[in-house]
Design a protein around this ligand. Structure first.
Ligand code: ADP
Length: 440
């Protein structure tokens, strides 16, 4: 294999040897050697100079021509340069493609630094958020979009759930905003227009609310007549007694479904935060327990309530009543006669807890994730038999969402279940009797 270094060493050796021979021949060995070494040095310096010139002025495409080791050096640098050029071209093509695709994206995308300064954004961000390409790069996004919910969302630093908010440009658009942290201290802000989705959701909600509302009056009339027919002591009542009782049962069931659907629609439709006022939870629980004992009747469940009597909540009384009663009545419905139901209302520094524990039939784990869906029942027959609508836990879920609370469910088949509602600490009211006396 041709090795330029060996050739170079040979060449240098030959030149020095020739100079040595000539020097010996003429009788000036040192002089001739010096001349040879200087010539070699000059040649190398000349090529170093050409290399430096060429490197400095790299736009000149072709490297200087040279023989020997310098030709090799030029060639390798040239190859490196060509490779870098190709890589650069590929990278900039990729970058262009990336820019084009993010610009074409219908969703607004903004790259933010750790302190929420804008680093880059696509075309949709200009239309959705009104960002200006030159002026706004480097600005803090919360200085440009000042909607309180948006500022709070950024500050809270919890991006598990998207934020829904109206367009900061005015108009009736609704946006869903997501923040995705990535790379080193960078955040991607994604904004999606969900106006159509919201409108459809609204149409669905209105439809369910209207149908339920329209059904309520006819059902009440039917229930009224059925009651009269059942109470009458004529031939018709005697003949149709069983049928009338069944019709009454089904009508009552339909009324309960309609009432539950209306309750759900009401919860979905409003911005609940505006409706909050002090709620005496202990009083609600006392009346829920009384009703639960009435429902249990001859089944003789042992219902035990332990309750912090100073623990009130900022919330909506009707909604809270629905949440608590649905959980307690479910415990009665799904616990065999004589079973034990323990209700607790207490607090710690993290929040307030409402807990219902029963020794009932329990729920197997595969049902737990879907339990709060509308009309989802583990055993539809049993649910209907106990007068269930399949909407109870959906109401509980919505009711808790209205109070920024969450539901935790633990259950074991055959052993019992524990449903726990966790309310945030900022909704707690420490209601002291002395304050009550002062108020009155
Ligand atoms: P339903 O009107 O059928 O009770 P819910 O939405 O209140 O509807 O409950 C949904 C399903 O969850 C019920 O059908 C039942 O199977 C199950 N469930 C709810 N609470 C309990 C409980 N305490 N113990 C066992 N199963 C329960």
């Amino acid at each position: 294999m041709h090795n330029p270094w060996i050739a170079e060493v040979w060449r240098t050796g030959l030149i020095l040897f020739a100079a040595l021979l000539l020097g010996v021949f003429v009788g000036q060995t040192m002089l001739f050697l010096l001349i040879a070494v200087s010539a070699l040095l000059a040649w190398h310096l000349y090529h170093l100079y050409r290399l430096e010139r060429w490197y400095r002025n790299r736009k000149r495409f072709h490297p200087p021509q040279a023989g020997g080791i310098w030709g090799e050096v030029y060639y390798h640098i040239y190859q490196l340069q060509q490779r870098n050029r190709r890589r650069k071209r590929k990278l900039s093509r990729m970058l262009n493609r990336f820019n084009e695709s993010t610009s074409a994206m219908p969703d607004a995308t903004v790259v933010l630094t750790a302190d929420n300064r804008i680093e880059w954004f696509n075309t949709a961000a200009r239309d959705y958020l009104g960002l200006r390409p030159k002026q706004d790069v480097g600005q803090r996004i919360d200085n440009l979009i000042r909607h309180p919910r948006f500022v709070q969302y950024l500050q809270a630093n919890d991006f598990r759930q998207p934020l829904e908010m109206p367009s900061p440009m005015g108009g009736d658009q609704v946006f869903s905003i997501r923040v995705v942290p990535y790379g080193k201290q960078r955040r991607l802000l994604l904004v999606r227009d969900i106006t159509r989705l919201k409108r459809l959701e609204r149409v669905r909600q209105d439809f369910v609310a209207n149908v339920s509302h329209e059904l309520r009056t006819p059902l009440t009339v039917i229930a009224g007549y059925l009651e009269n027919m059942g109470d009458a002591e004529d031939a018709c009542a005697t003949r149709w007694g069983k049928g009338i009782a069944q019709m009454q049962d089904q009508t009552r069931r339909m009324i309960r479904i309609v009432e539950d659907l209306l309750m759900l629609s009401r919860m979905e439709a409003d911005d609940r935060e505006g409706h909050r006022s002090p709620v005496a939870v202990p009083a609600i629980l006392a009346s829920v327990v009384e009703e639960a004992r009435a429902i249990s009747g001859s089944d003789g469940h042992q219902i035990e309530l332990s309750c912090d009597s100073h623990l009130w909540l900022k919330g909506e009384e009707k909604v809270l009543y629905s949440v608590f009663s649905n959980l307690v009545f479910n415990a009665v419905r799904y616990t065999p006669p004589g079973g034990h139901i323990r209700i607790r209302w207490f607090r710690d520094e993290a929040g307030a807890y409402f807990e219902v524990e029963d020794t009932g039939i329990g729920i197997s784990p595969q049902h737990l994730p879907r339990l709060v869906e509308r009309f989802y029942r583990v055993d539809p027959g049993r649910s209907r038999e106990h007068g269930g609508t399949g909407l109870g836990l959906a109401i509980v879920k919505h009711g808790l969402e209205c109070h920024a609370a969450r539901l935790e469910i633990e259950s074991q088949v055959g052993e019992g279940s524990r449903f726990r509602a966790v309310f945030p600490a900022d909704l707690i009211i420490d209601h002291q009797p002395a304050e009550a006396a002062l108020e009155s």
